[in-house]
Design a protein. Structure first.
Lengths: 441, 441
């Protein structure tokens, strides 16, 4: 028998820069789930962690306790490697929608649990739900069935996996305690370990539209993810990708599904295609399906050019209750009532198309959520007509803005115009992949 | 019309070291009272303030918002200066019980709102409630009536004064966010301004038994109190007094009332008498009743030797429903069932009688509370028989321990023994008053 742990004393320990023991961390996480540690104590502790951090051992214990708070899926019966990808979130980042079916076509099983839009970055679930009938809430059996048959599944996080993370995440969002590298890392990896992935490629965004804009912090997060993954037995490979301008051309929900379908059909904007193939190649190498990145990229390209990725996508959509005819008939996706073109005020070269500003403007239009309870406007969108490096004449279109609510558009349009900068000379092209970290094999 | 303030954004601003505007601070404090800012957001904000602090303007606005959250008492009809004293809390600190009636006898009006024991320091309300019948919960009219007639009143904080502080204080205690100098200062001064004091003497304790043990932090708190008082129009004089060993000989509830009565009768331990007279002298000078500290001390000594302080005390006890016969008959105060003597293990001089350890041991015995819901054992006590500097033979009594629950005594006795250190040579005598800050007139 041990003495009962006094929660304020544990908070004080972390507040003063102390190191919490395994027993203390488990008591805190278990208490968060049972309610014995009420939200107001947990949020003070979370802020103390934002301040003081968690060391490697604390972070490993913290994450293990979150994993142990719920079920853990096993995929021993699947005839191929189970590899997942996770992005820290970017503007126009619809990679998951085209990546998962392409990887499935190339021989992986991808059990992707995605999130909803919050803040200025989009959410894969909101995008997928613009497909008529598509269900993102799957029970564990349905989740497994889709994964087995389609080779991929794109669904919401099961309430049974890492319930502690579910509780902490809602609290962190309401208390400005999201931006802590150990808390971010443990939130991501607890879910990925619980969902049974055998390897994880992390797309860690850096730049104005990223969750952590500075490269230093992005790199620190990538390193923490890799080290924590190692401690938990989950190989993690981190790709730091640029998010100073939006990825691809479409920002919104239905329009991003459409753009992902374009990629699966062999089209789509080059930056989106390149990043999709690159991340897929990393996944294929991590899953030992490909020898190296070159081989992986070739396999991804084949999955795309053969149309097998598109078929897998249609199959997955159908298995999740969605209307697969959206593949051939984009009109079946919702669209907004009104549109406006934002034009270049002068001739020159687009030097900036700020992803952070455009993401926030898209949220204003209704493409995202400022608060969890907000409703999405599925057709609200910004479609880029000129990206960084494009030469424009005065009056040329920079982007088209699609919206249902003119009042929201009035608020968003000046911000969208302000996101663009036209210069006289072409800027250095923004890098798509800044660097990669973590062992591949 | 202004845009609604988004609480997480305000928390994030403070988390990142930003400065909150007056509008933002008022929205947060008002929201804490209405519940629009729930506890879990407020506790994250409080931890961010522990981390980042509040600058002078923020602190003044924060405190004003707390004052404005409730009523403000006015004492224009009283025929003398209204001066209060407040202590940051020490072990054996029963000064208020004898100081208030002595000051009243010397011509002041003392509207003292006191607190309950929490942690290792005692609470004046718990002490006074050991007097049979004594009521500490007074409505504002009864509070004013007692103050007018007795010249002093010792009661609990009215729920109508600074309700924001009441709410924040309970939260801070549960979330390890008490130890923040701006938060401490605003909590104290919001109540003192709301209770209508025209001047305040702060007894800021320093040493092992103090709330802030280090002299640096004690001094920083004293300076903050003085500056904040100035901004709020409340003159504050800070006396930094030593709390390395307990004040006086009695630690407990009934025993401390008894010791305070001893002081009023002309007896009592010298350190307690000296500090009481000194703090009273400061109050008399602050209230312009005395010319200087020397004059003030003489007036306090006369109030004591004339027996007028004792009479005031008996009057105040009677007006608050208590049995004034405790003054002549200490047996009317509760006492514990059992006692044990802790003895010197060897001959020498008492070099340490650690106030922090003794305070925590007294709490264990039942004299204080580890949690707000704990009940006090009114007779539980430690009576010092030898203080720092006393020469003892092996086997001489160091203190007597009084208790009701032998199981609690078993836990406390080793800690009490460990609080004493016997050395061969006499240590430097511990200072009673370390320094004073703030203008007197």
């Amino acid at each position: 028998m041990t003495a009962p742990l006094h929660t304020p004393a544990l908070i004080a320990k972390k507040r003063d820069g102390g190191v919490l023991s395994d027993v203390e961390i488990r008591a805190l996480i278990d208490g968060a789930v049972t309610g014995e540690v009420p939200d107001y104590q947990m949020s003070a502790l979370l802020m103390a962690i934002v301040w003081r951090g968690l060391d490697t051992r604390e972070l490993t214990t913290w994450t293990r306790a979150m994993i142990d708070s719920g079920e853990r899926l096993r995929w021993d019966d699947l005839p191929g490697p189970v590899i997942d990808k996770h992005s820290t979130g970017g503007v126009g980042d619809k990679v998951s929608v085209c990546l998962a079916p392409l990887c499935a076509a190339a021989g992986l099983f991808v059990p992707m649990m995605a999130g909803r839009a919050l803040g200025h970055t989009g959410g894969t679930l909101d995008k997928l739900e613009t497909i008529p009938g598509f269900r993102t809430a799957l029970d564990p059996r349905a989740f497994g069935r889709v994964l087995k048959r389609a080779g991929f599944v794109l669904a919401g996080q099961s309430a049974r996996l890492a319930p502690a993370d579910r509780r902490l995440y809602a609290l962190r969002d309401a208390t400005a305690t999201v931006e802590s590298i150990p808390l971010i890392a443990s939130s991501i990896l607890s879910k990925k370990v619980a969902e049974g992935a055998a390897g994880l490629v992390m797309d860690v965004k850096t730049g104005s539209g990223a969750f952590l804009p500075s490269l230093d912090r992005t790199r620190a997060l990538a390193r923490t993810l890799i080290a924590l993954g190692r401690a938990l037995g989950l190989p993690v490979r981190a790709v730091l990708s640029g998010m100073d301008q939006p990825l691809g051309n479409a920002i919104g929900n239905a329009v991003e599904v459409q753009e992902a379908i374009d990629v699966l059909k062999g089209g789509g904007p080059p930056d989106l295609v390149d990043l999709t193939l690159r991340l897929g190649a990393e996944m294929l190498v991590l899953g030992a399906v490909a020898r190296d990145l070159r081989d992986g990229t070739a396999r991804m390209a084949r999955a795309r050019s053969s149309g097998e990725g598109l078929q897998r996508f249609a199959l997955g959509v159908r298995l999740q209750g969605g209307d697969p005819r959206v593949v051939d008939d984009p009109k079946r996706l919702p669209s907004a009532r009104h549109s406006r073109v934002v034009r270049a005020p002068r001739a020159g070269v687009v030097a900036r198309a700020d992803a952070g500003l455009l993401g926030r403007a898209a949220t204003l239009l209704g493409a995202g959520r400022a608060r969890q309870e907000d409703r999405i406007s599925p057709g609200a969108a910004i479609l880029m007509r000129a990206k960084v490096g494009a030469r424009v004449a005065a009056g040329d279109a920079l982007c088209t803005v699609h919206f249902d609510d003119p009042a929201r558009a009035r608020a968003a349009l000046p911000q969208i115009a302000a996101a663009f900068r036209i210069a006289s000379r072409a800027p250095a092209p923004p890098p798509l992949v800044v660097e990669t970290l973590g062992r591949l094999r």
